[in-house]
Write a protein that binds this ligand. Structure first.
Ligand code: OXT
Ligand code: MG
Length: 564
């Protein structure tokens, strides 16, 4: 339509920004260039924050972690084709982990892309994104920007949260319309993540099963942490006296030091329990699909999940509770009021926990010629005890598995790690988002391989002067650093042994410390947390200390006939 002269105009850029602002988005994570550059400049000029990354994948991880921590979709903005594809990995990861996130990419002109006439950064992004997220939308008209943003937000947040792709053809950004008409197209969704109440008969079935159990167990997943109904979950655990064990990102939802925490008796409780209540935890590979020798004696599952078809995904679920975590947990609390506590079972578990912790304690303080995972992480643990509200970011193999075991978490949503996919490279993006969204310090404990995936974002951290301490567990390789080199070649599992991560930090404007003993490590960490300055601690770990694939060596495939 022709707009009469003198009418005040708006355009796609402004409508998009106003719509995001109206919906409470203040931080955008991204990487700029044609055709989205102006979004960054104008977003900052309007008083919002644009966190500019060195690679879109890391910006995407940051957005997804922002979504996980805040229960609002994290927004990532990228350029077309290659920038979009870099961001897509993070969008897929967000969807797999059930983190709400919106990836907004500029795209090249439809008429050229669709006829494959070779446009600048030509790619059919809409369709490529589709299988990797909850929904893939394109906005073709400026008057649809408002509804598209709302649709993206509702899709990302409702039911099982996840990623949404929003495709904006370049030309739309500068397409104008009447400002007055444009303003009328923007709105905020009512109740985008509605309560979903479980049916009374489903609740009664679950209550009966739990009441009849001799050895019940509660298993907390990161879905339970995401739900932000921490007090309700703690109350369920304390009122029933049922032991609980957390999946890695649910650590701290109820403190790891709580007397009912069975994490240190994990294999025992998985094997011996008779009724297992899964709260926001899926029976995927991380839980051995709910079957096999991990799970020992026959058992019945109660499963709380917002997505109905999660039930029976691997094994029959005796009592499915479909609904939001808070509603389901509170329904169980009401039904289980006055339940007899399984004190004998809890007592046996507590005994095992004490023995296991005792065995570990001696390893954590043992002196060794070169630091290993235990005494280095023991030193870190002792410092972090005094900083319960830092966010711990953790990636690697041995670095991940040992840190998960050794470092206690005391508060909910204070641990971000490699998640459902076990993906390396979430480190620096997650650290940025955690520092930005919580306003509190972050400690990232990364394997030297894992760190390499997002290392250049350390410059992003120093540029924004974020209170992030990165501890690099430098064992010189993937899993181990002592593999023999084949003839005339460098081993495919090793890194340059002369790599000095502390100096890398200094070169990028941060503080750098080399730590060769647990005492040096503790001192450097304490100093870094006190200073709040971006710091890398290069923790020198015995190259022989790790094991292949960490604790998931069972998933590694090895040749059955060996070397030929
Ligand atoms: O009860 P038992 O006896 O079983 O003992 C358990 C607990 O009771 C006990 N525990 C405790 N003891 C004492 N005190 C306390 N407080 C306590 N708490 C617990 O500890 C044990 C273990 O408990 P846990 O961990 O809970 O139980 P378990 O049985 O291990 O749980 C099973 C799992 C599956 C839930 C758990 O293991 C888990 O969450 N695992 C996640 C594993 C994972 O995701 N790993 C990462 C991927 S590995 C591999 O893929 C890597 N790659 C390839 C690659 C990837 N991933 N991504 C991309 C984009 N490209 C490539 C690469 C490149 S790792 C990797 C790099 C590795 O090198 P680095 O240099 O980075 O790292 P280093 O290895 O350090 O060199
Ligand atoms: Mg390593």
């Amino acid at each position: 339509a022709v707009i009469p002269e003198g009418v005040e105009l708006t355009d796609g850029f402004h409508l998009l920004m106003e719509s995001l602002e109206m919906n409470g988005i203040t931080n955008i994570y991204g990487l700029l260039g044609i055709p989205v550059t102006e979004i960054g400049r104008m977003w900052q000029a309007r008083g919002n924050k644009f966190f500019s990354f060195r690679n879109e994948q890391n910006a995407g991880y940051a957005a997804s972690v922002a979504g996980y921590l805040t229960k609002k979709p994290g927004v990532c903005v990228t350029v077309s084709a290659p920038g979009f594809l870099n961001g897509l990995t993070a969008l897929a990861n967000a969807t797999t982990n059930c983190f709400p996130m919106i990836l907004i990419s500029g795209s090249s002109e439809r008429e050229i892309v669709d006829l494959q006439q070779g446009d600048y950064e030509e790619m059919d992004q809409l369709n490529i994104a589709r299988p990797h997220c909850k929904a893939s939308f394109r906005i073709n008209r400026t008057e649809d920007i408002g509804v598209a943003v709302v649709r993206a937000i509702r899709t990302a947040l409702s039911g099982r949260p996840g990623g949404v792709y929003l495709d904006i053809p370049a030309r739309l950004f500068s397409t104008v319309m009447s400002a007055e008409e444009g303003a009328k197209t923007l709105f905020v969704p009512v109740d985008p993540a509605p309560e979903q109440i479980p049916g009374p008969s489903a609740v009664a079935r679950a209550v009966e099963l739990i009441k009849g159990a001799k050895k019940p167990l509660i298993l907390l997943g990161k879905g339970a942490a995401y739900a932000q109904c921490d007090a309700d979950i703690k109350a369920l655990i304390e009122e029933t006296g049922i032991p609980f064990t957390p999946m890695s990102m649910a650590k701290g939802l109820v403190s790891d030091t709580h007397p009912q925490c069975a994490a240190a008796a994990r294999s025992m409780v998985l094997q011996e329990s008779d009724v297992v209540v899964l709260i926001g935890a899926r029976l995927n590979w991380l839980l051995a699909h709910g079957k096999g020798k991990t799970w020992g004696v026959a058992k019945k599952f109660v499963q709380i999940d917002i997505q109905a078809n999660e039930m029976d995904s691997n094994v029959p679920i005796a009592a499915p509770l479909v609904g939001d975590v808070a509603s389901c947990v509170n329904a169980l609390r009401a039904g289980l009021k006055g339940m007899t506590k399984p004190t004998e079972w809890m007592g046996a578990i507590a005994e095992r926990v004490t023995t296991t912790k005792g065995k570990l304690a001696s390893k954590l303080t043992a002196a060794t010629p070169v630091m290993n995972y235990f005494n280095s992480l023991g030193a870190i643990r002792d410092v972090l005890k005094n900083y319960p509200d830092i966010t711990l970011v953790n990636e690697g193999a041995n670095t991940l598995d040992n840190a998960r075991m050794v470092i206690d978490q005391y508060l909910p949503r204070k641990r971000v790690d490699t998640g459902t996919w076990g993906v390396m490279g979430i480190g620096m993006g997650s650290a940025v988002a955690a520092a930005v969204e919580t306003g509190k310090p972050v400690v990232a404990i990364c394997g030297d391989s894992a760190f390499g995936f997002s290392a250049m974002e350390y410059e992003t951290i120093t540029r924004y002067n974020l209170p992030v301490t990165v501890i690099i567990m430098n064992n010189g390789g993937i899993y181990r650093g002592d593999e023999a080199n084949p003839e005339h070649q460098f081993s495919c599992m090793l890194f340059n042994p002369n790599t000095k991560y502390d100096q890398f930090s200094v070169a990028l404007g941060g503080e750098g410390v080399r730590a060769e003993t647990p005492e040096q490590l503790a001192k450097a960490l304490e100093a870094s947390l006190k200073s709040g300055k971006p710091t890398i601690i290069d923790a020198i770990i015995d190259p022989a200390a790790g094991v292949e694939s960490g604790r998931i060596g069972n998933l590694n495939i090895v040749s059955t006939i060996g070397k030929k």
